[in-house]
Design a protein around this ligand. Structure first.
Ligand code: FES
Length: 106
């Protein structure tokens, strides 16, 4: 988690993000994927798998994790850490809801 949050940026509404799916936003050169779980929790991760930079936003969301579409690594949505025997970390960002508006902390 990035603890030096400076700004909350509006990046759309909750209904823009499919349940168990993701929506991407650009931050300069970087793409950040905002994930929505089945129970409407939101998580934001850089859209880059720690294995070989696979697009996590195209992965399957389940059990608080996303499975990378390229080689099936499982990444924690909360911590960005690879699960199981795999090792690696994706950067996470704070994200919150204000009414139905999604705010990303950058
Ligand atoms: S790039 Fe994600 S598992 Fe290989």
């Amino acid at each position: 988690m990035n603890m030096q949050t400076k700004t909350w940026v509006e990046v759309g509404t909750l209904s823009d993000i499919p349940r168990q799916g993701a929506r991407c936003v650009k931050n300069g050169e970087m793409t950040i994927a905002i994930f929505r779980t089945m129970d409407d929790r939101l998580f934001a991760l850089e859209d880059k798998c720690p294995h070989k930079n696979g697009p996590l936003s195209n992965g399957i969301v389940h059990d608080g994790c996303v499975t990378c579409p390229l080689h099936n690594w499982v990444i924690s949505l909360e911590t960005g850490a690879a699960q199981g025997a795999d090792e690696g970390m994706t950067t996470t960002y704070p994200v919150k809801l204000d009414g139905g508006t999604v705010l990303l902390g950058l």
